[in-house]
Design a binder for this molecule. Structure first.
Ligand code: ADP
Length: 520
């Protein structure tokens, strides 16, 4: 080794130790290790390779190597490692290293090879080539070894740091992009973390929310299930037995947003405790439960509507039947006929309602089967209109099909059901009367049928929901009108089973037009 090596050795070892504690950037650490060893060993060419996840090695830093040589060097390195393993047959190793040296530069004479190892774990390799040959003493070898050990630790630390950094980034991304709101609180319930979803839910930006008391941001219009402050006053987060994880706390209610609107939310609080059991942080997961609440509400409304719908015809049938069978009275044939007509009509209504219910529940379980034939849609529409005409005096009907409206291939019974529903709705939801137009349009590939009324219309934000199961627009008129919220759901299912689509255009107060399209 070079004579001044011993003078410098301590400096370099010190430098690497410092790098180990001060430098956490892996690239920087590798450059430092390589620079120090090149100077220390008076090398012309040097490289550091690190072990990767697949147990192979790849070169991560070089000095004195043209970049176009890297691929070739990596291949030679792979050969060397795979054939020597960690036994490192000296002779084989030397031959391979010499070949590597020659491939780089014919004037290189000696190669020095230092495995970087922590405990038993290989971390990487350091290889230095130089243009002359010196026999190393035992002392040199010892010092080189301790240098390699220090370098290995520095590299390992930097790798760990990079990994932790990566994991931290992933955590931040999970927090940021989570569809649920996430908030981190200290034990005084001050906000330390606040994600995007919460910005949307509360109307507070992250910058504004950070450092605030959570009560400033989470203000309840109505608190329904438990209360964080009360739970904490009662000792939450409890931890008995000692090492058991603490129980989470669930709070639910209506949040008063910053813009004055309300939002139904559920918050799950989880506590992080220090080893001595003191509370350090609370992670709060905030979920928007509006849809859930709405579904519950819809189900309740549905049950009460269906029972009402069932009760009315049953009451009528029972009333008429009871009256007609009274033995103390003799009825006029006209009265008997009228009574029986009501019984028949109400039974039909019951049957239709039960069929709708069955169809809707069956639809959830299986695909709809169609009985397809060729039929004339404009004729079907005229037929439906003819029947509805007898049920209303307030409405006028217009048929608007172009001449030569094409023959449709489809299930005539089901498509009649669609028209029945649309025309029935047009009457129901235009209590003031007006014209109802049933018409058609054609392009090369589709036939479209529309039903237009001049009724109450549907607010913009309700339009996409009216096709949902059990959905009824919450308005004074629909409260007074009988219905189950199944008609449009079934209509949509039928049209879609034909490969078509259904939609509505509507303006509150001005009327609605429902369109359905069947491919030709
Ligand atoms: P319903 O049995 O309640 O009539 P539908 O599924 O047929 O059920 O319709 C769902 C909801 O859509 C209705 O409750 C009503 O609020 C709204 N709706 C349907 N058709 C019309 C229309 N032509 N005009 C206004 N609102 C309508």
């Amino acid at each position: 080794m070079l004579p001044d090596f011993r003078v410098r050795q301590r400096d370099f070892l010190l430098e690497i130790s410092r790098a180990m504690t001060a430098q956490l950037d892996l690239g920087e650490v590798l450059r430092l290790v390589l620079n120090a060893s090149m100077v220390m060993l008076a090398g012309q060419v040097g490289l550091v390779a690190l072990r990767d996840a697949e147990d192979g090695y790849s070169i991560r830093a070089t000095l004195g190597v043209e970049s176009d040589r890297l691929d070739d060097l990596n291949v030679r390195l792979a050969e060397l490692v795979s054939s020597t393993g960690w036994g490192f047959d000296r002779e084989f190793l030397n031959t391979k290293l010499n070949q590597m040296a020659v491939s780089l530069d014919r004037t290189l004479r000696q190669s020095l090879f230092l495995p970087l190892v922590i405990g038993e774990e290989p971390v990487g390799l350091l290889i230095i080539f130089r243009s002359y040959w010196i026999q190393a003493t035992d002392n040199d070898v010892q010092i080189l070894q301790s240098f390699a050990d220090q370098a290995a630790i520095a590299v390992h630390n930097a790798q760990l740091y990079a990994r932790i950094n990566q994991e931290r980034k992933q955590l931040v991304a999970i927090l940021e992009y989570s569809a649920d709101g996430v908030m981190i609180l200290d034990r005084q319930l001050r906000i330390l973390g606040f994600n995007r979803a919460l910005e949307r839910m509360t109307g507070w930006t992250m910058q504004e929310a950070l450092g605030q008391d959570q009560d400033a941001v989470i203000t309840w219009k109505k608190l329904e299930k438990s209360d964080l402050h009360q739970a904490m006053a009662e000792g939450w987060p409890f931890r008995t037995p000692k090492d058991a994880p603490t129980e989470t706390l669930y709070v639910e209610g209506d949040l008063l947003r910053r813009d004055g609107m309300t939002l139904s939310i559920g918050i799950t609080y989880a506590a992080l405790l220090a080893d001595d059991g003191t509370l350090t942080t609370i992670i709060a997961n905030v979920r928007d439960i509006t849809h859930f609440r709405r579904a519950q509400e819809m189900q309740n409304v549905f049950i009460s509507t269906v029972s009402h719908e069932l009760k009315t015809p049953v009451a009528l049938i029972k009333g008429y039947a009871g009256t007609l069978r009274r033995e103390d009275a003799t009825w006029d044939p006209a009265v008997i006929r009228d009574g029986l007509t009501v019984i028949e009509e109400e039974s039909d209504r019951l049957t239709a309602l039960i069929e709708n219910l069955l169809a809707a529940s069956k639809l959830r379980a299986e695909r709809m089967r169609l009985d397809v034939s060729d039929f004339q849609m404009d004729r079907l529409a005229a037929d439906v209109v003819e029947r509805f005409k007898t049920q209303t005096t307030k409405h006028q009907f217009i048929l608007q099909f172009p001449k030569g409206f094409p023959i449709i291939q489809g299930d005539e019974v089901r498509l009649r059901q669609v028209l029945d529903n649309l025309v029935g709705n047009a009457i129901k939801y235009s209590p003031g009367g007006g014209t109802i137009t049933v018409g058609g349009e054609v392009d090369e590939r589709h036939a479209t049928v529309f039903v237009r009324d001049k009724g109450i219309g549907i607010p913009e934000d309700e339009q996409e929901h009216v096709f949902d199961r059990f959905y009824r627009v919450d308005s004074a008129i629909s409260k007074k009108t009988k219905g189950t919220g199944l008609g449009l759901y079934l209509a949509k299912a039928i049209v879609e089973a034909h490969g078509g689509s259904i939609h509505v255009k509507s303006k509150p107060g001005a009327g609605s037009t429902f369109y359905f399209t069947i491919p030709l």
